[in-house]
Design a protein around this ligand. Sequence first.
Ligand code: AHM
Ligand code: MG
Length: 331
Amino acid sequence: MQGMSLARFLIEQQRGAAALPAELRLLIETVARACKTIGHAVSKGALGEVLGSLDKENVQGEVQKKLDVIANELLLDANEWGGHLAAMASEEMATIHRIPHRYPKGECLLLFDPIDGSSNIDVCLSVGTIFSVLKAPADAAGREIAEEDFLQAGSNQVAAGYAIYGPQPLLVLSVGSGVYEFTLDREIGSWRLTDGPIRIPAGTPEFAINMARRRQWSDAVVRFVDDRVAGETGPCGREFTMRWTGSMVADVHRILKRGGTFCYPTDVRTGGARLRLTYEANPMSYLIEQAGGASIDGARRILDIVPTGLHQRVGLMLGDADEIAMLRETA
Ligand code: AHM
Ligand code: MG
């Protein structure tokens, strides 16, 4: 298996027990190709004039980086004409993007965060692209796709993944039968299998959280972090370490490979949260569960939450299943 091209891996998934539909195989190949192009743009940095911000805000009220817009356009252009999609949604677009009438349409819905970790672009830290694939509801055949068609629980996802533009460009992917990692072989321009099926190592004493937001945490999160900061002198009886990159793709990738937990909890004072459910929390939770981990918003399994809005935000705690069980609020 090691070294196998993504194209062959997906063909094997189509022929094997996973019975991956051809439409989904083509869609994943297209997304993976677009991620190669995005990674190339990211790697040019200042020489490609891709760094810095635009004088514009997205629907979340965040200032858009040049690369947010470049990556969004690349994903839209790559996926419009293949015939496997009904519509797309993105962190960078207020509402959905329907496939134009001049192209054939398919049954899949694609959601993405074109550049996750935007605040890291200009300081040369890893950023990535996150994507999620749903099927359009059965009753959508023959009518215009609506935003409501995207408001499905994450458990309905048929595939999810991310690319990381880091020291090596990586693609991490699940089509519902394990999590696999591909590394870009730049010389031949091909994604090649380098790990999988990935299982989250258990018992790793590491956690990731933005400590500056401590005053916003619930009692359960404060207790979880304090117990680990207390190290050998506290109830855990062993030392922990903390890592926070500011790019969820990089933090989640570390957890998949090395273990530990990632928390971006809800603000208990306002009920607000930072991360978005449909194109950030859902695909990451799907991957984490496929790798044997768990993902909750504090009390609920993320993949069970039925979204009420395309850009809905949610508290997110994921990783080592035993650690997430300690974080779960039962009150
Ligand atoms: P983005 O999609 O606009 O980049 O925002 C999401 C990012 C996550 O990658 C990361 O976990 C979080 O925002 C970082 O937040 P903070 O600025 O509080 O460290
Ligand atoms: Mg993001």
